[in-house]
Ligand binder design. Structure first.
Ligand code: ATP
Length: 152
């Protein structure tokens, strides 16, 4: 059966590299799912959930932004600014980041870089919190089988 050769890397490390069935990514234009033989494309990512489907395994990652490149031959590369497994999301840290960003946005002038950075931080923290709470909800109701990341 045809697979997607998939790799996701951050500036620090290769997070995951495997042949998979499909990958769903959050792009600036909305969520897209890449199946084998998808047309080539490049797109920017927005903060949100990246889901890898490999057989029975469903692996859910948070990505903070970056790019996806779909190359000819079902070859997919994601370069993410940051990526962590949903189980690794530190809710307290994300809450703290959210509060910090909110405070900055209250005082900084709208057209400044300071304000823009805070708005981006707010978006990342809200996306992390949203994903973490959805994961807790799924866990309680026993929906979905989450795979594990390999050491790289
Ligand atoms: P903070 O201000 O708390 O650092 P941030 O949104 O600026 O948040 P990022 O730049 O997205 O952080 O990520 C920096 C590194 O920290 C990455 O390795 C990322 O995986 C990790 N990270 C950031 N926030 C969290 C979190 N809430 N839970 C787990 N890992 C996190």
């Amino acid at each position: 059966m045809v697979k997607v050769t998939f790799e996701i890397a951050t500036p620090e490390k290769i997070v995951y590299r495997e042949s998979v069935d499909q990958v769903t990514v959050p792009t600036l234009l909305g969520e897209i799912t890449i199946l084998p033989n998808h047309i080539p494309l490049v797109s920017a990512l927005s903060p949100g959930e990246l889901v890898i489907q490999r057989g029975e395994d469903r692996i859910s990652l948070f990505v903070s932004g970056g790019f996806i490149e779909v190359k000819p031959g079902s070859n997919v590369v994601v370069l993410a600014d940051a990526a962590e497994h949903v189980d690794e999301i530190d809710v307290e840290r994300a809450e703290a980041a959210k509060e910090r960003a909110r405070k900055t946005m209250e005082t900084a002038r709208v057209e400044t870089e300071h304000y823009t950075n805070a708005a981006a931080e707010l978006q990342r923290s809200l996306a992390r919190l949203h994903l973490a709470s959805r994961k807790r909800h799924r866990g309680r109701h026993g929906v979905g089988s989450e795979g594990t990341l390999k050491d790289s």
